[in-house]
Design a protein around this ligand. Structure first.
Ligand code: FAD
Length: 297
């Protein structure tokens, strides 16, 4: 029996496991190795690792974690979780089942990209969700925002700080007031739907339904997301949804609605970055630890 089983061993899961390892608890990490930012060549905005390849950061985290003898790491998919506080079972797909007193869910999210030909291929290379992560490198070039919902207006309002911005509103035409706000920020509105996108030099070419092609340094969109694993649902954890982003509900200590189950990182918060995920993981790991010491935590 492990003290804690951590599902997902990326930035959030590794940070949670590190606290527990340093608390001299017996930890099992089960990780499928499919991180959300695997499409990007470099990661930005995380102190001391600005511009470093994402897999290098995750690799250092894993190596440092595995130096603790009380950590076990399984490469695999945590397929099923069941049980209750002090007695959970997690089954690895095609493998064994493992028992744990507490669970930490750090399994990330999946971006549900709109069906625009070429977009999947450009995701993380010239099409991004986060301007703080990839906006600076576009060097104040031409930038596009692809509307995926009414909330995309907010992204279009942000982007002029990173470059001259065109808002591809498509079927999500801004209201008259929003149009005025976009104009005040210097953003152009393009109503013709986007038919496809493709790589173009260092940037991206957007082809509109009327055949026009617009060259951009980068395209931003805020697609809806969903938890990457069914574990929270299997355990009965409550979820919340904001602006198309469905995530596991947690309190300030990263405890879910199910006793003994904690969740952290993208799968349990609004706003996503390595720094947020790591901070979340630290809280989940230390809260799981404390819950095994103090009753009622
Ligand atoms: C294209 C792109 C570029 C980005 N660039 C940046 C950037 O430059 N800077 C930045 O700070 N943020 C960036 N982000 C955001 C960043 O990727 C996320 O905030 C971060 O990865 C969240 O960490 P996490 O540990 O919560 O989840 P993830 O990193 O997504 O890791 C989840 C882990 O859980 C595993 N997993 C899932 N289900 C299971 C299961 N059932 N069993 C076992 N393991 C499972 C996955 O395989 C994965 O290893 C980017 C995101 C995208 C999409």
């Amino acid at each position: 029996m492990f003290d804690v089983i951590v599902a997902g061993g990326s930035y959030a899961g590794a940070a949670a496991a590190l606290q527990l390892a340093r608390g001299r608890r017996k930890v099992l990490v089960i990780d499928a190795g499919v991180r959300r930012n695997r499409f990007a060549h470099s990661s930005h905005g995380f102190l001391t690792r600005d511009g470093t390849p994402p897999d290098e950061i995750a690799g250092i985290a894993k190596a440092q974690l595995l130096a603790y003898p009380n950590v076990t790491w399984i490469e695999g998919d945590a397929a099923e979780a069941s049980g209750s506080n002090d007695d959970f079972t997690v089954a690895v797909r095609g493998g064994e089942s493992h028992g744990g007193r507490r669970l930490v869910l750090a399994t990330g999210i999946v971006d549900l990209l709109p069906d625009v030909p070429g977009l999947v291929e450009q995701w993380g290379l010239s099409a991004f969700h986060c301007p703080y992560c990839h906006g600076y490198e576009l060097d104040r070039g031409q930038i596009g925002v692809l509307a995926v919902g009414a909330h995309s207006f907010h992204q279009a309002m942000m982007l002029p700080d990173w470059g001259e911005t065109t808002y591809f509103a498509g079927g999500f035409a801004p209201t008259a007031e929003e149009s005025a706000q976009l104009a005040a920020r210097g953003a152009r509105i393009e109503a013709t739907p986007v038919a496809s996108v493709a790589a173009a030099g260092d940037g991206i070419a957007v082809t509109l339904a009327d055949g026009r092609e617009i060259r951009l340094a980068g395209l931003f969109l805020a697609p809806p997301t969903m938890p990457a694993s069914p574990l929270a649902e299997q355990l009965g954890c409550e979820t919340d949804e904001t602006m198309g982003h469905r995530f596991i509900r947690t309190d300030a200590m990263k405890a879910t609605s199910v006793a003994g189950v904690f969740a952290c990182g993208d799968t349990a918060r609004m706003g996503s970055s390595l720094a947020f995920a790591v901070a979340d993981g630290v809280m989940a790991g230390s809260a799981a630890h404390r819950s095994m010491i103090f009753a009622g935590h």
